[in-house]
Design a protein around this ligand. Structure first.
Ligand SMILES: N[C@@H](CCC(=O)N[C@@H](CS)C(=O)NCC(=O)O)C(=O)O
Length: 223
């Protein structure tokens, strides 16, 4: 593919929304030009492209996709060799409902727990307890199956895992001391997976005129 026409992904390595977008692009076998954005010094080309000035943002031809979940669906609707959109149990609507619980109430609790000093009205323990309710819900699902919708990973797992990881890392010793056997095994399997490692390479911040960086760096041989 000519690099000029390759979709462009504005990304930030550590952002959980960008991680979920990269995971789905890697699973789809699509290849994009990756432009690493520094949130404290956003490149003007990124600001011209992203209406919300948030990462991830995908530009493909005349289309701009500014929401991470929509980028996941864009990639997987083009190719879904691992059947992330067709889980063994349940269906896409059920997965989207789980993801909505993550992106809504859980993410709110997570932000106010992790950055409690930025939210004067936030009580860290209340936010932690609210987040724990969601994690107990996941734990109960994962007790009966290794992934949220069966014996293999799906859209829901890969959309939610980056946020559970962020929550765990906010206070790892507290997280590790909780009785979430299945949830911890699920997170550990993800963190140790070659898929996760492969989307966490270190990229230098992008500037106009740089030699394009492709993601994944090698096109998937099965695509
Ligand atoms: N709804 C967006 C949210 C993305 C988002 O909030 N990303 C954060 C980084 S993790 C961001 O870009 N924040 C803008 C900033 O910090 O200036 C999505 O799902 O893609």
């Amino acid at each position: 593919m000519n690099a000029t026409f390759m979709p462009i992904l504005y990304s930030f390595r550590r952002c959980p929304y960008a991680i979920r977008a990269r995971l789905s692009i890697a699973a789809s076998g699509e290849q994009v030009e990756l432009r690493e954005i520094l949130l404290r010094d956003k490149a003007p080309e990124f600001l011209e492209t992203s209406p919300s000035a948030t990462v991830p943002c995908l530009k493909a031809d005349d289309t701009v996709i500014d929401e991470s979940l929509e980028i996941m669906l864009w990639a997987l609707q083009r190719a879904d060799p691992e059947s992330w959109l067709r889980p063994e149990e349940g269906d896409l609507d059920e997965m989207l409902a789980q993801i909505a619980d993550c992106d809504g109430p859980f993410k709110r609790n997570l932000d106010r727990y992790k950055y409690d000093t930025r939210y004067p009205d936030a009580d860290r323990e209340t936010e932690q307890a609210g987040a724990a309710d969601f994690l107990w819900h996941l734990e109960r699902r994962l007790t009966d199956r290794p992934w949220l919708f069966g014996s293999r990973g799906s859209l829901a797992d890969y959309a939610i895992l980056p946020f559970v990881r962020q929550f765990a890392n906010a206070d790892r010793s507290w997280f590790d001391s909780q009785d979430w056997t299945s949830l911890k095994a699920w997170l550990e399997a993800f963190e140790n997976s070659s898929r996760f490692q492969s989307v966490m390479s270190k990229w230098s911040p992008w500037r106009a005129g740089d030699t394009p960086v492709f993601f994944p760096s090698e096109a998937n041989p099965t695509s």
